[in-house]
Design a protein around this ligand. Structure first.
Ligand code: NAD
Length: 488
């Protein structure tokens, strides 16, 4: 049964997109909007059969796509970027209806960055595709990139199209064919991207989308031995099950996972700056992998910081993400809200104290959870160690630099760290010692696709961005040419 939905005024085809065609499934799942909990779409519920069809299509298409010149591939990516730019309003509105993140940010920054993801990797092909060439005792080494093959890309719901296209763009640029599996909690913009890919003239089978609920389609895709790359952004437990599947086929994998990042404020910091960035840790209702959810504050400013932070956080306006004045929207799903409530309840039972928040915002109905700050937790307790992925921060006091570093590193994660100090030498020292993929000093969220992005420890394997993404999607080959033995 074919499925269509009218979401935020846009028609969204919610079937799979396989081999250039819209393919339905025998059953569907319901997609609910976090804004008001209403069902906004019935979506094709794929499983092993659809995963098999999509990988078959992608494998067949790879044989010709791999031979398409880099220049032509770049032209396709630029065309996709143009279409994304033309459709920013629609993509933004559908994404907000689907995942509840702020419409304002989707319009102004997120969707333009989606287009940038394609342009960046298109330009990478034309500007900076480095192929090494050097001599060894008269023999010529020619180092080239080979596309790897079929790439399975699995994305989460918190920034659906932006995170998916960080993978789609380099995978296609490198000459691979793609099967994208979006999250069942935000499946819609991946489907709109399929329309764009078709309109941009990508040959059938080069870009495929399989929808699916829970592990159904994803597990089948990652278990397929014909797949040559798996790139996954999501949670640690899912990554572990994907890693087990990859082990069977020795499929190379890239993981962008969760975090419990430290937000360290020294008592010499510019307090206004630190406070303004500290409240940003509630962005996207705390559903940001990078969030500095452990506030580490030096004892000399602890009281002043906590007081000012409470004022600033409580002033954040919570509400409908389509409203320009809203700073904090809803949580993605009732199950997720329940999970957050569970964390806070257990923290209180374990003796921690809620300074503000600590409950859903019932006045707003639906799925809104109040920005929350917890103190007095045991640093090794669940609330201090596990990723809540909601607007829940936990604060600790430290005395000196050494203690701050040791507390910052006292977690299984290593995604990001934020350091606030007015002493540049201290920033250098702390940056060097903190285990994290990104350290922001007196700033937050500064991102450039040329820089590596990813996590250490349980926050991930590998890095995305620029050369790191491109290399992951390629097999490197060294062809050695002898000076002798040639005809003529
Ligand atoms: P999740 O692990 O529950 O799901 C992610 C995706 O995996 C979904 O598309 C899901 O359908 C699919 N999936 C589920 N089971 C699978 C299986 N067995 N095999 C293959 N695929 C399967 O994660 P989520 O709740 O969607 O996302 C939240 C998590 O993502 C958080 O931990 C967050 O920190 C992390 N995240 C990390 C980054 C980063 O860049 N490091 C960015 C955003 C989100």
């Amino acid at each position: 049964m074919k499925t269509m939905a009218l979401v935020a005024g846009a028609q969204v085809d919610t079937n799979h997109f396989i081999d250039g065609m819209r393919i339905p499934s025998d059953s569907t799942f319901q997609d609910i909007s976090p804004i008001d909990g209403s069902v906004i779409a019935e979506v094709a519920r794929g499983g092993r059969h659809e995963a098999y069809l999509a990988v078959t299509a992608a494998k067949a298409a790879f044989e010709s796509w791999r031979k398409v010149s880099p220049k032509e591939r770049a032209a396709h990516l630029h065309r996709i970027a143009e279409l994304v730019e033309e459709r920013v309003e629609v993509l933004a509105a559908v994404e907000t209806a689907d995942n509840g993140a702020l419409l304002r940010s989707h319009r102004r920054s997120v969707m333009p960055r989606v287009a940038h993801n394609f342009r960046f990797f298109a330009d990478y092909l034309t500007d900076s595709l480095v192929v090494d060439d050097f001599q060894t005792r008269g023999h010529r080494n020619h180092v080239s990139y080979d596309p790897a093959g079929v790439a399975v890309l699995i994305s989460p719901w918190n920034a659906p199209l932006m995170l998916a296209t960080w993978k789609v763009a380099p995978a296609l640029a490198a000459g691979n064919t793609v099967v994208l599996k979006p999250s069942e909690w935000s499946p819609l913009t991946a489907s709109l991207l399929a329309d764009i890919a078709a309109e941009a003239g990508l040959p059938p089978g080069v870009f495929n989308v399989v929808q699916g609920y829970g592990e159904e389609a994803g597990a089948a895709l990652v278990a397929d031995a014909r797949v040559r790359r798996i790139s996954f952004t999501g949670s640690v437990p899912t990554a572990k099950s994907i890693a087990a599947a990859c082990a069977k086929n020795l499929t190379p994998v890239s993981f962008e996972l969760g975090g419990k990042s430290p937000f360290i404020v020294f008592d010499d910091a510019d307090l206004e700056l630190a406070l303004s960035m500290a409240v940003e840790q509630y962005d996207n209702a705390g559903q940001v992998c990078l969030s500095g959810t452990r506030l580490l504050v030096q004892s000399g400013i602890w009281e002043a910081f906590m007081e000012r932070f409470a004022e600033a956080a409580e002033a954040l306006r919570q509400g409908d993400p389509r409203d320009d004045e809203t700073r904090i929207g809803p949580q993605i799903h009732p199950e997720h809200l329940e999970r957050i409530e569970g964390f806070v309840t257990r923290a209180k039972q374990a003796g921690a104290h809620v300074v503000f928040g600590g409950e859903p915002n019932r006045e707003l109905g639906g799925l809104y959870y109040r920005p929350t700050l917890i103190v007095g937790a045991d640093p090794h307790s669940e609330i201090a160690q596990e990723e809540v992925f909601g607007p829940v921060l936990v604060a600790f006091k430290f005395d000196g630099e050494e203690e701050a570093v040791s507390m910052a590193n006292d977690t299984d994660f290593g995604l990001a760290a934020m350091v606030f100090t007015s002493d540049p030498e201290r920033a250098e020292r702390v940056s060097a010692q903190v285990v994290a993929g990104t350290v922001w000093n007196n700033c937050f969220y500064v991102r450039d696709l040329r820089a590596p992005f990813g996590g250490s420890k349980q926050s991930g394997i590998g890095r995305e961005g620029g050369a790191w993404s491109f290399d992951f999607f390629c097999d490197l080959k060294n062809s050695v040419f002898s000076p002798q033995g040639w005809r003529g």
